[in-house]
Design a binder for this molecule. Structure first.
Ligand SMILES: Cc1cc2nc3c(=O)[nH]c(=O)nc-3n(C[C@H](O)[C@H](O)[C@H](O)COP(=O)(O)OP(=O)(O)OC[C@H]3O[C@@H](n4cnc5c(N)ncnc54)[C@H](O)[C@@H]3O)c2cc1C
Length: 460
């Protein structure tokens, strides 16, 4: 018997399998961590070819890493030495939109943006959204249980998945393209694969839930004097606006850094040393939503829980507001450690202060930026000890992670709110999961992938 690579080439052919000279695009994800060329790149065009590839690798006990758009932020799709890479990039297309069921059936390698556009063209909206939409794939979104901007209203990727087709490690195809909203016939097996980061099976098709596309979005940027005021405003909007689709908060260092890095553009409002809050309502009556926001803002100003506000009146205004929130301008700040953390909403501000205090004890000049989907209890916290020069000592990042994740554990939070675990967060998983939970995860892994060929070294 030859090697797995020989057999993959022999059975699937060189249109599907590449050996040698594999483009660097398949070597690492968005983080750029530990680039490594896979020994072979398999790019199937059908589920059957995915099944054949996995079956061959399973017989040879050969490790395989599934790859989507490579936009992951944890190293989960990065090949380890010796891995075969299985890219879903040719498995693309929207197969069906079912208006009666309000679902779409999509091949796993389809980009999120293409799926969103197809839904819009049919008068629907695919209601999860992330900045990497143009490159990330629906299969990758499912495998990471991606979050994004509108979780407060519609939930994470998991909440959009009604059905899945998955290929198991031994090549078995599990087709469960359920479209029913209610289906309690035994275990809901698809849930195991959502958020499993390619360690339990390879997703090939997804049935996604759609909603009617909203006719309008009403967006506003508010200045709150402190975090207590943010919580009051969050409570008001949650109660009065059942169509609240975003509640994003920016701490001052982040807000003013963005303003500066966007070419000194004057931000729409002055938040001083308070907190900037972005709110968005999605609906069908722009006038009613604008009135609702104006009313809430006016009473919030009367109560001094809002000190300044800008309500979008045009698409340009909306873009200016979202431009204040989008993290793109973080690119290029040297030595940045990125933390995607889940925390009890009420104590996020205390966490930020304590994490900063602990970091400053070690590095007095540390610079940190806090922002996030606070309506979803999700904080993005980024820190660097030298924003200009890349630190040469990699142990600094490790020490920073230990401090921040240790604090997260004390706060009863999660070391990963939406990006997953991959390799980068793997050493810290015990901060957020008990030994009993980890044991269940290991048992599920052993049952579905007894030879540990699927993305070994990731998550567990
Ligand atoms: C600018 C930017 C903004 C982002 N914003 C967000 C955000 O708001 N929220 C958020 O949650 N994430 C965000 N991310 C992270 C990233 O986009 C998501 O994790 C995304 O879901 C990854 O999709 P992908 O196709 O690129 O997957 P990849 O990076 O290719 O892979 C990620 C993981 O999924 C596995 N995988 C991929 N495809 C399959 C498949 N078909 N079957 C089984 N396993 C598979 C891989 O093995 C790996 O473990 C952002 C990233 C960037 C660069």
């Amino acid at each position: 018997m030859g090697t797995a690579t020989d057999e993959l080439l022999e059975v699937l052919g060189d249109d599907i399998v590449t050996v040698g000279g594999i483009s660097s695009r398949y070597h690492t994800d968005w983080t750029g961590v530990a680039p490594c060329s896979p020994v072979a790149l398999v790019r199937p065009r059908t589920t059957e070819q995915v099944a054949t590839a996995l079956s061959i690798c399973n017989v040879h006990r050969h490790p395989v890493v599934a790859q989507g758009g490579m936009t992951g932020l944890t190293g989960a799709a990065v090949p380890q030495p010796g891995d075969v890479a299985l890219s879903l990039e040719r498995l693309v297309g929207v197969e069906e939109i079912d208006p009666a069921a309000a679902t779409m059936t999509v091949l796993a390698g389809t980009t999120l943006e293409a799926a969103q556009q197809a839904a819009l063209d049919a008068g629907f909206e695919l209601t999860y959204d992330l900045g990497a939409r143009g490159s990330c794939t629906v299969g990758g979104n499912v495998a990471t249980n991606a979050g994004g901007n509108r979780v407060i209203q519609y939930g994470m990727a998991r909440d959009h998945v009604l059905g899945l087709e998955v290929v198991l490690a031994d090549g078995t195809v599990v087709t469960s393209l359920n479209k029913l909203l209610k289906n309690n016939a035994g275990y809901d097996v698809k849930q195991l694969f959502i958020g499993s980061e390619g360690t339990l099976g390879v997703v090939t098709r997804v049935v996604l839930r759609l909603r009617p596309a909203p006719a309008s979005r009403t967006t506003a940027l508010l200045a709150c004097p402190d975090y207590a005021a943010v919580l009051v405003v969050l409570d008001r909007f949650r109660r009065a606006a059942p169509n609240l689709t975003a509640f994003e908060v920016m701490w001052p260092s982040y807000y003013w850094m963005l303003a500066e890095r966007r070419g000194g553009v004057t931000p729409p409002i002055d938040i001083g040393d308070g907190r900037g809050v972005l709110v968005e309502l999605s609906g069908n009556d722009a006038t009613a939503d604008e009135r609702l926001v104006e009313g809430l803002v006016t009473s919030a100003i009367d109560e001094a829980v809002v000190t300044d506000a800008f309500i979008a009146r045009s698409q340009a205004d909306t873009d200016a507001i979202w431009g204040m929130r989008e993290a793109g301008p973080m690119d290029g700040i040297a030595g940045m450690c990125h933390f995607d953390i889940g925390l009890p909403t009420g104590s996020i501000d205390e966490f930020v202060a304590e994490a900063r205090r602990r970091l400053r004890e070690v590095w007095p000049d540390v610079v940190s930026f806090a922002f996030g989907h606070i309506g979803d209890s999700n904080l993005h916290f980024n820190a660097t000890i030298d924003p200009v020069n890349e630190p040469s000592d990699p142990s600094i990042a490790h020490r920073m992670e230990e401090i921040v994740y240790g604090t997260v554990a004390e706060w009863g939070g999660s070391i990963s709110a939406e990006h997953g675990i991959g390799t980068i967060k793997k050493p810290y998983l015990h901060h957020s999961r008990s030994e009993a939970e980890l044991d269940v995860m290991r048992r599920i892994k052993a049952a579905l992938d007894p030879h540990h060929i699927l993305n070994p070294g990731k998550v567990l």
